[in-house]
Ligand binder design. Sequence first.
Ligand SMILES: Cc1cc2nc3c(=O)[nH]c(=O)nc-3n(C[C@H](O)[C@H](O)[C@H](O)COP(=O)(O)OP(=O)(O)OC[C@H]3O[C@@H](n4cnc5c(N)ncnc54)[C@H](O)[C@@H]3O)c2cc1C
Ligand code: SF4
Length: 323
Amino acid sequence: MEYLPDFKVVRPATVQQAVAAYAAHADARYIAGGTDLMVNVRRGIVAPQTLIDIGGVAEITAIDAQQNGGVRIGAGVTLNELAAHGLIAKEYPAIAEAARQVAAPTHRQVATVGGNLCLDTRCLYYNQSEWWRVSNNYCLKNKGEVCHVAPSGSRCFAAFSGDLAPALMVFDAEVEISGPNGVRSLPLSEMYNDDGAAHLKLEKGEMLTAVIIKSGDGWRSGYAKARVRGSIDFPLAGVAIALKRQGDRLSDIRVAFTGTNSYPVMLRKTEGLLQGPFDVDALTALLPKQITPMPSTFYPPGYRRKVAANLTRALARRLFEES
Ligand SMILES: Cc1cc2nc3c(=O)[nH]c(=O)nc-3n(C[C@H](O)[C@H](O)[C@H](O)COP(=O)(O)OP(=O)(O)OC[C@H]3O[C@@H](n4cnc5c(N)ncnc54)[C@H](O)[C@@H]3O)c2cc1C
Ligand code: SF4
């Protein structure tokens, strides 16, 4: 870890002020809980001259039930607040379970929904101190020219490892974004690129203000993750499932993953699972072409693929039986 470099901190009180402050300062960066960003600053990976601290922006800190049955979650809501919220715990257990498993209790006290959805991708050649990275000639994602994971390739395969994204995606989440060109919204699943070096489709100066999820009524949901240290660790693989059961069949199922690809993956081609009696092997058979970890962590891709499949199998069975 390096000493903290000099930087200026600006504390806006509204979204409008935050966006304006970003535009007014060269090399600015939004900071919420800081539990992801400050680690990268201490490692010398990023050195923003100005931090726009959005922790005082009150308008992004509420969780509001919507008239149509959905819920609007402010980007500044902390993970502890999210996990403890009555409606979330009752109607959206996958979200509460995912929030509860992020990092450790002290992180979750300040870590936010927006920061979790926008956190940087991870790789064993990247999440290292400056002296470690320089001795390796850096890498494609940061200051270098070669990807040590796939040296003949021209892109970065660092993994997206946020726990919340898949849990929100199974409830058809949309994100609300404010920026220099106004306000826009898009499905959360479309906010990511399949590129570990540029995984967010946010324009310069854009800020996430809220996530809106559809009604969880009638869905049975859950989140499961595997990590090395149970008390504090990113997922080797994480899976969120929401399903609806009708007799021995599924009437609907949504499955999403984290920790495996450079973006949170919404599993495609699940329609076939609704045809006959629920077949968990048919579900896991969909994974190999879509869940594609690379050797970017200490744990080999084959192992992470198996972990993802086993988590999926166990969680899907449990949710189906409980329905
Ligand atoms: C030891 C350790 C273990 C961890 N384990 C996990 C884990 O198991 N699972 C997990 O998901 N995460 C983990 N994390 C990462 C981090 O703690 C969480 O992802 C947390 O939710 C990040 O939120 P934050 O508010 O602290 O983000 P910050 O650090 O403030 O910001 C993260 C990034 O998002 C950007 N950002 C923040 N808010 C916004 C916004 N509203 N709009 C646009 N951009 C924004 C920032 O500019 C920055 O690039 C871990 C971190 C540590 C240090
Ligand atoms: S996947 Fe390659 S380019 Fe990306 S962080 Fe790892 S080594 Fe660097």
